[in-house]
Design a protein around this ligand. Structure first.
Ligand code: KIV
Length: 263
């Protein structure tokens, strides 16, 4: 089987074909997701909440992400894996190099960092050293204490324009994918149209290039799911069909519909 690459994702964007991605943390689920047709997985620091039971992603360490990246890589040898750089693991250039090296050596194809233009230098330094970088804008959970909760971002024109400026600056600095979380559908569309790289939305409407869901949200495991989450298992009754339905609804644009989006 041919490994999935960033060039494949760029091609999908050029062809205006939407794609589904999901978080994965272990070999069994990673294998099942790949078998059903999800070729891009995120080893997200959401594992701090979904697996470790914390109330935020802040306690997660680079070693935690490295361990789960190795597990996912074992189950999905040909998938494109993005590993999260956890809180405070990219605060200085030295930390960024060391964290990224650990994650790439654990099987990641790309690392993800949360934040705006202040990260441009980090993005440049990492990409120059052969580490592909995914940006993350909108509701960035590592900043929950700055935001004062998990709130929709970019609702007014000033903050929407700021987010768009950040996205363009990060693209210029070298990011090759962008995750956009919890923003109104119109802003999801605006950012996706402004960037050449694929934009993967979560709670960002159905006009982004791709979608990502935390696997526990897609399978109805989360106790208090966010508005944008959809329980695909409830509709299908088994995990394989649930994942197929998720993929089909993302590709057709049926998910996320209005009930799972922000105005
Ligand atoms: O950690 C994570 O799972 C994420 C997704 C919410 C995109 O960053």
């Amino acid at each position: 089987m041919k490994p999935t690459t960033l060039a494949d994702l760029s091609q999908l964007k050029k062809e205006k074909r939407k794609f589904a991605t999901i978080t994965a943390y272990d070999a069994s689920f990673a294998h099942l997701f790949a078998e059903q047709g999800i070729n891009v997985m995120l080893i997200g620091d959401s594992l701090g909440m979904t697996l470790q039971g914390f109330d935020s992603t802040l306690p997660v360490t680079v070693e935690d992400i490295a361990y789960h990246t190795r597990c996912v890589r074992a189950g999905a040898p040909h998938s494109f894996l993005i590993s999260d750089m956890p809180f405070m693991s990219y605060a200085t250039p030295e930390q960024s190099f060391s964290s990224a090296a650990t994650l790439m050596r654990s099987g990641a194809n790309m690392i993800k960092i949360e934040g705006g233009s202040w990260l441009c230098e980090t993005v440049k330094m990492l990409t120059e050293r052969a580490v592909p970088v995914c940006g993350h804008l909108g509701l960035t959970p590592q900043s929950v204490n700055i935001f004062g909760g998990y709130k929709v971002q970019g609702r007014d024109e000033t903050s929407a324009q700021q987010l768009l400026n950040d996205a363009m600056a990060l693209e210029k600095a070298g990011i090759q994918l962008l995750v956009l979380e919890c923003v109104p559908t119109a802003l999801g569309q605006r950012v996706s149209e402004a960037l050449e790289i694929p934009v993967i939305g979560i709670g960002a409407g159905n006009l982004t290039d791709g979608q990502i869901l935390v696997m526990h949200d897609a399978l109805g495991i989360t106790a208090r799911p966010p508005k944008f989450a959809k329980d695909f298992l409830k509709e299908t009754g088994n995990i394989r069909d649930a994942i197929r339905l998720y993929i089909e609804q993302v590709e057709s644009g049926a998910y996320p519909g209005q009930a799972h989006s922000f105005k």
